[in-house]
Design a protein around this ligand. Structure first.
Ligand SMILES: [Fe+2]
Ligand SMILES: [Fe+2]
Length: 379
């Protein structure tokens, strides 16, 4: 006799409960009133974090336990990047994904010393998009360091972003490492002559492969600032630079490119240990040019394909994301910063095992400690 499957009324899976709680946060975000936002998000985040009451799929739990088990010297930072928020009435999905990213980094144990936000918080630089992002990022437990991306900037040339987050170019010292954050997405003025409106300018920059805009650049003014900033730093001090676009020439037609990257590299060359951590490319990406090691960050919104004409040195290529799974190829990540400034980069992919690109892999030119190949079939 065939057994009958009875459905138990009133029992919800942990995932259903998780997403229902998220719904309440999202509904609260419709009225961006600080008090109601905090009340709603505290309820949802609190419930989600409650003493093992919920188990989450994929990367949420076991990975972090593994990372936490070691007592290594140095320190950890985490990152969230490229959330591309639209106003919530237009697109809830990217909002949901940023909330998930915030949960991810809030669950890291031990907590990172700080969380870098890697730029492209907004999709079209709208005040409401940036405000929504700022509200959500207030829920990050660790201190947050902000970086700007082109999607945040070209509607009002940074006015709203500055209001919310301060100046985009700054440096600071932390546990013996000198950190520098740059605005790497400046462009030559293509809009004035064409009589473009702010939103036309923004749309043009957002379309990376049009023939109108110039390539990104740090620009002469910031390069001079960087030169002076680095003058005071001993050459033995580790330097870590945050930039939105990669500080090398990767693929020009898509603006995976910073035009004056060679000049920035020249300023960094005298230092013994330099790492650049960048956003914008939405994929696992590694490179090494002389003493400078480059690490790309994952996006929380969508993965970009790899450029069609060659990968940077030492890149561990991830499989092409599953087009039927809107969370595949996305995630957050962290970096273990050794006392000498070398970085182990950890990609916490939401739908896959985490991938660690250790400092020893880069230092050996790929001969030692190669990360395992991604385990899924390509789509
Ligand atoms: Fe982006
Ligand atoms: Fe970008």
């Amino acid at each position: 006799m065939a057994s009958k499957r009875t459905k138990r009324p009133g029992v919800k899976s942990v995932e259903t409960r998780y997403y229902e709680e998220r719904e309440s946060v999202l509904r609260g975000l419709h009225n961006l009133d600080r008090r109601s936002f905090l009340r709603l998000s505290a309820a949802a985040f609190g419930a989600a974090a409650g003493a093992g009451a919920l188990r989450f799929p994929h990367s949420f739990q076991p990975i972090r336990v593994a990372h936490a088990a070691t007592t290594e010297p140095g320190f950890r930072i985490a990152y969230i990047s490229d959330s591309h928020l639209y106003e919530q009435e237009v697109n809830d999905r990217f909002v949901r994904q940023l909330l998930r990213a915030v949960d991810d980094v809030n669950r890291l144990d031990p907590q990172p010393d700080f969380v870098l936000y890697g730029g492209d918080l907004a999709q079209l630089g709208q005040a409401k998009e940036l405000e929504l992002g700022a509200e959500i990022l207030k829920e990050v437990k660790a201190p947050v360091r902000m970086m700007v991306g082109e999607h945040d900037w070209f509607f009002d040339m940074g006015e709203k972003w500055r209001d919310l987050f301060g100046e985009p170019t700054y440096s600071f010292d932390h546990k013996g490492v000198h950190f520098v954050t740059l605005l790497s997405v400046n462009e030559e003025d293509f809009w004035t002559e064409r009589g473009m409106t702010p939103i036309e300018r923004m749309h043009t920059v957002a379309g990376l492969d049009n023939g109108i805009q110039s390539r990104f650049q740090v620009g002469a003014e910031q390069r001079e600032w960087l030169r002076k900033d680095l003058e005071a730093v001993p050459k033995t001090t580790p330097v870590i630079v945050f930039s939105h676009s990669p500080l090398y020439h990767y693929y020009k037609p898509w603006n995976f490119w910073t035009e004056d990257a060679p000049e920035i590299q020249a300023l960094l060359r005298p230092f013994q240990n330099v790492a650049v951590i960048h956003g914008h490319t939405h994929q696992l990406l590694t490179n090494r040019i002389g003493n400078i090691r480059f690490h790309g960050m994952l996006s929380t919104a969508w993965p970009w394909p790899y450029a069609p004409e060659g990968l940077p040195e030492l890149t561990v290529q991830m499989n092409r994301p599953n087009p039927f799974d809107p969370n595949d190829g996305l995630g957050t990540g962290s970096a273990r910063v050794h006392p000498d400034g070398q970085v182990d980069k950890i990609y916490d992919l939401w739908n896959r095992n985490p991938i660690e690109v250790p400092a020893s892999y880069l230092a050996s030119g790929g001969k030692k400690d190669a990360p395992p190949k991604p385990g899924l079939a390509s789509y």
